[in-house]
Design a protein around this ligand. Structure first.
Ligand SMILES: Nc1ncnc2c1ncn2[C@@H]1O[C@H](COP(=O)(O)OP(=O)(O)O)[C@@H](O)[C@H]1O
Ligand SMILES: [Mg+2]
Length: 235
């Protein structure tokens, strides 16, 4: 479904991602794991068209995304849920959700999708008329994820959904991602520093170090991999 070939990315003259190649099949959940600064967010931003790559190819369902604008990439069926819960604090929960359905192809299904989101995250239904800025951190993260889903993506990319949340809330978020995955038939690319959580959720993972993929495999194998255990799982 998504295929990156030899993608190089930089900020100005400083290259931060080298020869990135990986792929995701339809229906898979794939994780990119790695320490802070490895280049994970940069990778997601480039797929979403928020940054230009220096070279290489990014194909989605056979279509080249390089050179396409973010709205076009969105329209092709890719949604990025960015790091850091970027909600509109002075708008209500429901207004935030409806904004997610701004694309024409999503707008026509908006009311139905909204009902689905409220089924997935009942707490958002309870809070629907509340200003989004008054939600707890975990609720704001649920709102950010469901706003991304309101655009009816076929591929959803989640950037550090657990960042800054308490352990109990992180469990809740990962449970809802699991639920979303089984209910909505989505393909998911997740980036996480919480490696154990990411590997428990994902089918497969790529390990990124200093802008390069250094290892890949099935999550269940990586969870048992001595190098991974030592470097990321604190065992
Ligand atoms: N806006 C930016 N300008 C310059 N360098 C950046 C910018 N954002 C990130 N970087 C650098 O790019 C590298 C990769 O960052 P990032 O993709 O955010 O890593 P990760 O998401 O894995 O923590 C880091 O060295 C970081 O300092
Ligand atoms: Mg990041």
């Amino acid at each position: 479904m998504l295929q990156l070939d030899n993608v190089n990315i930089g900020y100005g003259d400083v290259q931060v991602v080298w020869d990135l190649s990986f792929s995701i099949e339809k229906g898979e959940t794939v994780a990119i794991i790695g320490a802070n600064g490895a280049g994970k967010s940069t990778t997601l931003k480039t797929i979403a068209g928020l940054m230009k790559s220096i070279g290489g190819s990014i194909r989605f369902e056979g279509i080249e995304l390089m050179g396409k604008s973010t709205p076009d990439i969105n329209n092709a069926g890719i949604s990025l849920v960015p790091e850091g819960r970027q909600i509109f604090p002075n708008m209500t929960v429901e207004e935030n959700l409806l904004l997610g359905a701004y694309l024409k192809r999503a707008r026509v299904h908006r009311d139905k999708t909204l009902v689905e989101m409220y089924e997935l995250f009942p707490i958002l239904k309870e809070r629907r008329l509340q200003k989004a800025g008054t939600l707890s951190g975990g609720e704001q993260q649920m709102l950010t994820v469901s706003r991304g889903l309101m655009s009816l993506p076929r591929l959803i990319m989640l950037d550090e959904p657990s960042l800054g949340l308490a352990p109990k809330v992180i469990d809740l978020i990962f449970d809802s991602i699991q639920l979303m995955r089984s209910k909505l038939n989505l393909t998911t690319l997740i980036v996480e520093q919480d490696v154990r959580k990411a590997l428990r959720l994902a089918d497969r993972a790529y390990v990124m170090v200093n802008g390069r993929i250094v290892k890949e495999g099935l999550s269940k194998d990586l969870l048992e991999d001595p190098d991974i255990k030592k470097a990321y799982l604190g065992i």
